[in-house]
Design a protein around this ligand. Structure first.
Ligand SMILES: O=C(O)c1ccc[n+]([C@@H]2O[C@H](COP(=O)([O-])O)[C@@H](O)[C@H]2O)c1
Ligand SMILES: Cc1cc2nc[nH]c2cc1C
Length: 337
């Protein structure tokens, strides 16, 4: 099924999103109040259990099927010398994912997630955003659609990416969405030196001058400043919302992918948890701008959905306590005074 056949249907899907199941949420809240612990003493684990109940529509949510999806794309702006690695690494890492040898393979196995890898026209990099739009309208729609189509039925979706150069379009998306310039949103990505950081800032500033006035809606912003794997992540996250599948967001690029959508429709983050705050300098600022509190701070800066896979263990713990703890009545523990 074509989920986003045209730009208008993408924008309509964004501006009319489903809400969580209020009945399941109320039932889960009632159960939480009866579990053998002082109210609120499991902190954010309690919030996570309620969040999962609301989106799954079940008072006692489950975590049997966890899907990690990694989108890969290449970027014309990489020609500006903005990454510490050559663009060939994107396709080489996709092969590594296929052979099970990347960090996300190990972390998916460790957290019990299935892994889908979705390469997007790797042999055809996007346009260099300093001089032209990243994608045509048809290319951006195809990427959004590829993202949406990759979402299987799951209890939880982990969204990650791989794309040499993609912290540059990610920084441009953040600046366009939340204001500021290259210097506010550019970091070292894969580990570029000071001269490279200066080139990245200049590239972001040039892209903003070139496209800023034309970024009139989230689709245009993604099309002009984004990339294929970036649009695919946005499409997957919006498709998950329509299927009421809760999402664990990964690092800086994953969060930047939805920045223009969140500005237009702040409720988009309602079905999303921020898994972690990455070591990419602007990720913390981006999470604050989107009103998200990360679950973990482990100084990761890998991408691939690695932080999201780690945070699955926290969601598992939240659901285990919610499902397995005895109530005050069952355990014959005295109620609070
Ligand atoms: O997830 C993050 O926050 C993150 C931070 C820095 C780098 N990365 C990964 O590194 C690549 C982008 O870095 P760069 O320097 O090529 O723009 C891309 O494949 C990302 O998955 C990811
Ligand atoms: C080796 C390598 C692995 C990655 N995984 C995500 N981004 C990456 C960038 C590089 C360079």
């Amino acid at each position: 099924m074509t989920i986003f056949p045209d730009k208008a249907s993408f924008l309509a899907a964004l501006h009319n999103m489903p809400a969580p199941d209020g009945t399941a949420l109320a039932q889960a809240r009632e159960r939480q109040a009866q579990l053998t612990k002082p109210a609120g003493s499991l902190g954010r684990l309690e919030d996570i259990a309620l969040f999962m109940a609301g989106w799954q529509g079940q008072a006692i949510p489950t975590l049997d099927a966890v899907q990690a999806v990694v989108f890969a794309g290449n970027h014309g702006v990489a020609a500006q010398g903005v990454s510490a690695f050559p663009s060939e690494v994107t396709a080489q890492m996709v092969e590594n994912f296929r052979h099970g040898g990347a960090a996300i393979n190990a972390l998916s196995r460790a957290c019990g997630a299935s892994l889908s890898v979705v390469p997007l026209d790797l042999e055809q990099p996007t346009g260099d955003i300093t001089v032209q739009p990243a994608m045509s309208e048809a290319e951006c729609l195809a990427a959004l659609q590829a993202g949406a189509a990759s979402v299987l039925s799951a209890d939880l979706l982990l969204v990650g990416e791989m794309g040499i150069g993609n912290t540059t379009p990610a920084a441009a998306l953040c600046a366009q969405a939340f204001g500021g310039a290259g210097q506010d949103w550019v970091g070292r990505g894969t580990g570029i030196d000071d001269a490279g950081v200066a080139r990245k800032m200049a590239a972001v500033d040039a892209a903003l001058v070139r496209h800023g006035a034309d970024c009139v809606d989230p689709f245009e912003t993604l099309r002009r400043l984004g990339g294929r794997e970036i649009a695919a992540m946005a499409g997957a996250i919006l498709a998950a919302r329509w299927r009421r599948i809760p999402v664990l967001l990964d690092g800086f690029i994953c969060c930047a992918a939805i920045a223009p959508l969140v500005v237009a429709a702040p409720a988009l983050t309602d079905h999303c948890l921020s898994a972690h705050c990455s070591a990419e300098t602007a990720h913390g600022r981006l999470l604050a701008a989107m009103g998200l509190e990360p679950l973990l701070r482990l100084d990761l800066r890998l991408g691939e959905g690695s932080g999201a896979a780690l945070a699955v263990q926290i969601v598992r713990a939240a659901l285990a306590t919610h499902a397995e703890m005895a109530t005050f009545a069952e355990a014959q523990v005295a109620d609070p005074l």
